[in-house]
Ligand binder design. Structure first.
Ligand SMILES: *[C@@H]1O[C@H](CO)[C@@H](O)[C@H](O)[C@H]1NC(C)=O
Ligand SMILES: *[C@@H]1O[C@H](CO)[C@@H](O)[C@H](O)[C@H]1NC(C)=O
Length: 235
């Protein structure tokens, strides 16, 4: 009986992996950077929304210390409409434009010694739909608002984790800067509702105390209802 259960679980796992199959590539060189990248950069698309009509693009950089133990950060750049790439080169990540050598041609990239990737795995997402390389397959798919965008980000994270199950056990932080501070608590609330990971933590740079209250109270009520935290995604 037990082996049948595991067999079914295994088949379900295969089906889910198949249906959440997303395009992803490991990037080893970048224009403007004169060497092979010494860190792991993955980019890809994950489909969300009805029939996956919204294709969200992401950059994922693995922690330079201990990817299996270090936290996983979902970084929401502001705008709305700033590419995750701006978070990557202007804010907290490894790469930065080299202004000193800029002569109007292809800008050079240098390494930022203060990158958060020294201690964290970071996903930079192009969100909402229409930002950066993210697109919709239908014109209606481009219609979005903050609520919809937060739901898309949550669906994205869920599928990303299913595609990268080794990160399911890492502590998770949802972080946003500027306008991202409005979306961050909403994504955190979706996570709290879905109990995507037991150790979810929230961090945001700018958001109202009301949002904070909503999020903390949902975490409290969800921890009341489940004394033992789930170690798997709810399917
Ligand atoms: C790449 O650029 C850096 C900084 O300008 C320089 O120190 C290094 O020698 C260059 N490496 C190669 C392989 O050209
Ligand atoms: C946001 O968009 C969704 C989906 O299009 C819609 O159902 C919802 O009413 C919108 N919310 C607001 C506040 O406009």
């Amino acid at each position: 009986m037990k082996s049948l259960y595991y067999l079914l679980l295994f088949i379900l796992h295969l089906i889910i992996n198949h249906t959440t199959a997303a395009s992803q590539s490991i990037i080893t060189t970048l224009p403007g950077y004169n060497d092979t990248l010494h860190f792991k950069l993955e980019t890809g698309y994950i489909g969300v929304g009805e029939n996956d009509e919204v294709q969200l693009f992401y950059y994922f950089i693995e922690s330079e210390s201990d990817p299996q133990k270090d936290p996983l950060v979902l970084w929401l750049t502001g705008g709305p409409g700033c590419s995750g790439f701006s978070g990557l080169v202007y804010e907290i990540c490894l790469l930065a434009f080299d202004y000193a050598t800029f002569d109007g041609s292809l800008p050079s990239l240098t390494i930022n010694p203060y990158s958060w990737t020294k201690i964290a795995n970071i996903i930079f997402i192009d969100s909402p739909v229409g930002t950066g390389f993210s697109y919709a397959a239908t014109s209606q798919g481009y219609t979005s608002n903050d609520t919809e965008s937060a739901k898309h980000n949550y669906a994205f994270l869920r599928k990303w984790l299913l595609n990268h199950p080794t990160f399911l056990k890492n502590r998770l932080y949802v972080v946003g800067d500027s306008y991202g501070g409005k979306i961050t608590p909403m994504v955190a609330l979706e996570i709290a509702k879905g109990l995507i990971t037991p150790l979810a933590s929230i961090c945001w740079s700018m958001c109202s105390s009301i949002s904070k209250e909503i999020v903390s109270s949902s975490f409290e009520s969800s921890s009341e209802s489940s004394s033992s935290a789930p170690s798997e995604l709810p399917i």
